[in-house]
Ligand binder design. Structure first.
Ligand code: ADP
Length: 977
């Protein structure tokens, strides 16, 4: 049964039916889309708008139907859209002068609005809410220009006054963007100003601005506009309320004022409530070389010193935001000279009756000179502060009433407090409790009288917790009228001074104590010479009356022979102030005896060099004087001795003789001048053959501090030789000095020479008759033997003659040795054979002892066989001779690589150790009675030693008294070739 075609046609039919129904509706009906564009309007709607459908279909509802526009309707449209629920609204249209009841219903993509004109019966009129009448009345009668706008700036309603201004009907304006209305559209900047205000207000801000509109050609109105947003329950902007207040008259007055202002010689400016510059007067422009336009907005900032700009801007913005008066000192640039001058700039807001700021007015006053003066004061203040901070004292200032208003860093450092703790009367806490009362009283007094404050007090050093002494001083500074402006004070650390004072006191006490204890006379004296203090000893010793005037005091006890000299020295030294030193005899008042005293006095000076006092002592030097005298005498004696003619004395330093007595000079033929000019060098004065011995002696001196006197010769100035005996001892070490004595040895030497000559002569003289005697005796012996006669006496005679012969030989040998003329043969010697022969002979002639031979030499030597034989014969004969009680003597032979050693040992008397060297000397014999009893001449060992030495060997002795002796001969082996 269902027929789609028929269904389509039936739908068409129903739509047409609906449309014709709508067309017949007595109420005006509009269908609008979401953009409030009219998509449909019925016939009644056309009638209501007084226009054909074509004229408004597809056009915005509000623009096409201004007579229907009202805030209530606008609100209802928004509500229906939001809720998608049908809404009703009833309002009075000032254009149609009718009351309209509107039913709104949502549709797909829009809504329907059905307008029903409510017939105004009196009854119903009464039912209209009073507020609505009021509203209508306000719109008609209000003198202000009032417009209600949608948030995007469309006029919803407008009061009568602006319409009258422009000769416009309401419907010509309602539903249109406000910016496009004739008041604003005459000038794009003004339009722009309004557009900006609408935008700002639609962001829920209240906007104020002043503007100039043109209601009619050739007529302008100045308005103060306020744009207030109206918020709904959700705090969203529902519509904007625009009010415009006619301020034309004020503006005119302002302009007049501006002309006036331009003529005054001060800088005057005017700012908008937002802080931008609106106007600055001619004077300002002239000075800054900017036009009023250039100063507009933020332009004025350019005239301000770059260093001040930030500060000025911040302060100005603060004033604008808070509405508080503006005041700042700032530098403004002079446009032509480029110089900056200081200005005091003041600004105050000008408000309307509601307190809203309409404008800022301000002036700028040239304060450059004042400022510079201020800066000079500041600089000097700064200088003063710098000075105060560098001073080594505590520096402070106080108000005239005594409250501390400044202290330097040093003050804080000392007390370890910050200024807040010191300020006003805080400083009192750092005072020593014992000093507080006194100090405060003094300070109070000086504050009252305006006189110098000066006080010594202790202040606590916060770093150590200890108190230090300070000298506090303060002086007032007064103005021209004598009024005290300030007190300037310092505290100087006098701790050290105080301590020094204390120390001085103590040291004075110490001095007194000491002075009483020392064994000297102690006194102090004023610079003019008057006695100040004397110790007890002084008074005891002198027994003087110390109250006497002038020199009379001294005359009491100084020896008459010393007094004038003493007084003269005293007077002179008091005048020139140098150390005083004098020796004089002083009468001991107790005994009447004079004793020598050494007086010394020292001036003590102050810092300025002025003598404060003399300190003096008198020391008993009488004993010392006596010792000195004794010393002087002994020195004199020494000098006499030194210059006696017996001993030559010299002092040497290095090789140089640096001093010598006359005797030495006479002995050597040198003069004193030679001595002083350094021409006496003892090494040079030593002949070459004595150099070795001299150096050995000198070595001994260096190690033993003295040398054993030895014999030598000096070459005298005339090149002659002087035999001397020299001995030296060390006098001082650095440099090494030695004093030496020199004995003239020439007489002894001469005597020795004569003795040697005699021995030699006697030897020779004895030898010839002996030789003859010996020959004749043996001749006689042979003859007697031939005759068969025994002659024992002759035999013993021969033995004696042999002895004498040997003695004489020895004598001759000794004198040859002495003269260096002993002769040697050079031959090969079989030592074993030689020794055997000697031992055999010795054994025969000495049956008392057995000669034991150990070992062999097995070596031949190069030398003089007889002389070598002489060596061993001598040693064996001594061994036998000096061991009278022994039975045997021994001979030991041994050889090493280079040498042969022969030891001859006995068990006899022995030789004291200290004589071991001496026994080899010519004619030396041990004087011990036992030894002395054994005959001998002290020549044997001397000859032995000489022969061994000649053969390049050594001779050594080991011996102990009572035990025996061993003589050891070491001879070098013969070398091949
Ligand atoms: P003299 O002819 O007196 O023996 P020498 O020159 O031989 O002279 O000896 C010197 C001194 O040395 C002797 O007087 C003696 O006192 C001492 N003397 C030498 N040999 C020995 C010895 N073997 N024992 C002890 N004394 C000796």
């Amino acid at each position: 049964m269902f027929n789609p075609q028929s269904s389509e046609s039936s739908m068409l039919t129903s739509r047409e039916t609906l449309l014709s129904t709508l067309e017949t509706l007595p109420d005006a009906l509009f269908v609008v889309d979401d953009a409030t564009t009219i998509v449909y309007a019925n016939a009644s709607a056309q009638t209501m708008l007084g226009a054909s459908r074509e004229q408004f279909l597809g056009s915005p509802f509000w623009r096409s139907a201004p007579q229907l526009v009202s805030p209530s309707l606008y609100q209802a449209v928004l509500k229906t859209r939001q809720t998608q629920e049908p809404t009703e609204v009833e309002y009075w249209s000032p254009i149609t002068q009718t009351r309209l009841h509107v039913q709104l219903a949502p549709t797909m993509g829009g809504l329907t609005l059905q307008f029903h004109e409510v017939r105004t019966s009196t009854r119903r009129q009464e039912m209209v809410p009073l507020s609505e009448h009021l509203y209508a009345d306000i719109l008609e009668t209000i003198s202000d220009r009032l417009v209600i706008l949608t948030p995007d700036g469309m006029v919803l309603t407008i009061s009568q006054r602006p319409l009258e201004d422009a000769h416009l009907r309401r419907e010509e304006v309602v539903g249109k963007p406000f910016t496009e209305t004739p008041w604003w559209s005459y000038a794009p900047p003004v339009q722009q100003q309004l557009r900006a205000a609408i935008e700002q207000a639609s962001r829920s801000e209240i906007v104020h601005f002043e503007t100039r509109i043109r209601p009619q050609e050739g007529w302008y109105l100045d308005l103060a506009v306020t744009m207030t947003p109206h918020l709904n329950a959700d705090r969203q902007v529902e519509y904007l309320i625009y009010t415009g207040l006619d301020i034309t008259a004020r503006k005119r007055a302002e302009e007049g004022l501006r002309v006036l202002i331009d003529t005054i010689p001060q800088f005057v400016w005017m700012m908008r409530p937002d802080g931008s510059c609106e106007y600055s007067n001619q004077r300002w422009c002239d000075s800054t070389n900017m036009t009023s336009e250039q100063a507009q907005g933020d332009g004025w900032l350019q005239a301000i010193h770059p260093d001040d700009q930030q500060r000025v801007l911040e302060r100005w913005q603060y004033a604008v935001q808070t509405g508080r008066p503006y005041e700042a000192e700032q530098r403004l640039r002079h446009g032509t000279t480029g110089e900056y001058r200081w200005f005091l700039v003041r600004g105050a807001p000008y408000r309307d009756d509601q307190g809203t700021i309409l404008k800022w007015f301000g002036t700028a006053t040239d304060i450059d000179e004042q400022k510079q003066a201020e800066q000079r004061i500041k600089a000097s203040e700064q200088n003063w502060r710098v000075l105060a901070e560098t001073l080594p004292q505590l520096v402070w200032t106080t108000q005239p009433d005594g409250r501390v208003d400044y202290c330097n860093q040093r003050y804080c450092d000392l007390t370890q407090a910050d200024f807040e703790q010191i300020r006003d009367y805080g400083w009192r806490q750092f005072l020593h409790p014992e000093d507080a009362e006194h100090t405060l009283a003094l300070r109070q007094q000086s504050l009252a009288t305006g006189e110098l404050f000066e006080n010594e007090c202790r202040i606590r050093d916060g770093r150590t917790g200890e108190y230090r002494w300070f000298l506090a001083r303060a002086l007032p500074v007064r103005d021209a009228t004598g009024q005290i402006l300030k007190w300037f004070g310092t505290c100087t650390d006098i701790e050290e001074q105080k301590q020094a004072e204390q120390q001085l006191k103590t040291s004075e006490q110490n001095f007194r104590t000491l002075a009483e204890m020392v064994p000297q006379l102690v006194w102090t004296m004023w610079p003019d010479g008057r006695l100040d203090y004397t110790n007890q000893r002084y008074r005891d010793v002198t027994q003087a009356n110390l109250t006497l005037e002038g020199d009379d005091i001294w005359r009491q006890f100084v020896h008459p022979e010393d007094i004038e000299r003493t007084l003269a020295i005293r007077h002179q030294l008091l005048r020139i102030g140098e150390i005083y030193e004098n020796e004089y005899r002083l009468k001991d008042g107790r005994t009447g005896e004079y004793r020598w005293y050494l007086t010394r006095a020292l001036p003590v000076r102050d810092e300025a060099g002025q003598i404060i006092k003399w300190f003096g002592t008198g020391t008993d030097i009488d004993d010392q004087k006596r010792v000195e005298e004794a010393l002087r005498q002994s020195q004199e004696q020494a000098s006499i001795l030194m210059n006696s003619s017996i001993i030559g004395i010299h002092i040497i330093e290095g090789e140089q003789i640096v001093d010598a007595n006359d005797t030495f000079l006479r002995m050597t033929g040198y003069t004193r001048e030679d001595l002083h000019e350094g021409r006496m060098n003892w090494m040079h004065m030593t002949p070459p053959e004595y150099l070795a011995r001299t150096q050995q002696a000198q070595q001994e001196l260096a190690t033993q501090q003295s040398m054993t006197p030895y014999e030598k010769e000096y070459v005298c100035k005339d090149s002659s030789r002087l035999p001397v005996v020299v001995g030296r001892v060390v006098l001082q070490h650095h440099p090494l000095q030695a004093i030496g004595f020199v004995l003239d040895n020439s007489a002894r030497k001469e005597l020795e020479q004569r003795k040697d000559d005699f021995i030699s002569m006697a030897g020779h003289e004895l030898r010839n008759p002996l030789t003859a005697l010996k020959m004749q005796t043996s001749l006689l012996h042979r003859q007697l033997v031939k005759q068969g006669l025994q002659a024992p006496a002759l035999s013993s005679m021969q033995t004696q003659i042999n002895k004498i012969t040997r003695l004489v030989e020895d004598l001759l040998d000794v004198s040859k040795i002495q003269a260096g003329r002993l002769e040697y043969r050079q031959e090969s010697v079989d030592l074993d054979a030689l020794l055997r022969e000697i031992v055999d002979t010795m054994q025969q002639t000495n049956p008392s002892h057995t000669i034991l031979v150990h070992g062999t030499a097995e070596v031949s030597l190069l030398g003089d066989r007889d002389r070598l034989g002489q060596v061993f014969t001598n040693l064996l004969s001594n061994a036998i001779k000096y061991s009278p009680g022994a039975e045997a003597v021994e001979m030991k032979l041994s050889t090493s690589k280079d040498a042969v050693v022969v030891q001859v040992q006995d068990h006899g008397l022995g030789i004291p150790r200290e004589l071991h060297d001496k026994i080899f000397d010519r004619f030396y014999r041990v004087t011990d009675p036992k030894q002395k009893a054994i005959p001998g001449l002290g020549m044997g060992l001397h000859i032995v030693a000489e022969i061994v030495r000649h053969h390049g060997g050594t001779l050594m002795v080991e011996s102990e008294v009572g035990k025996g002796s061993t003589f050891q001969v070491t001879l070098p082996k013969k070398r091949d070739g």
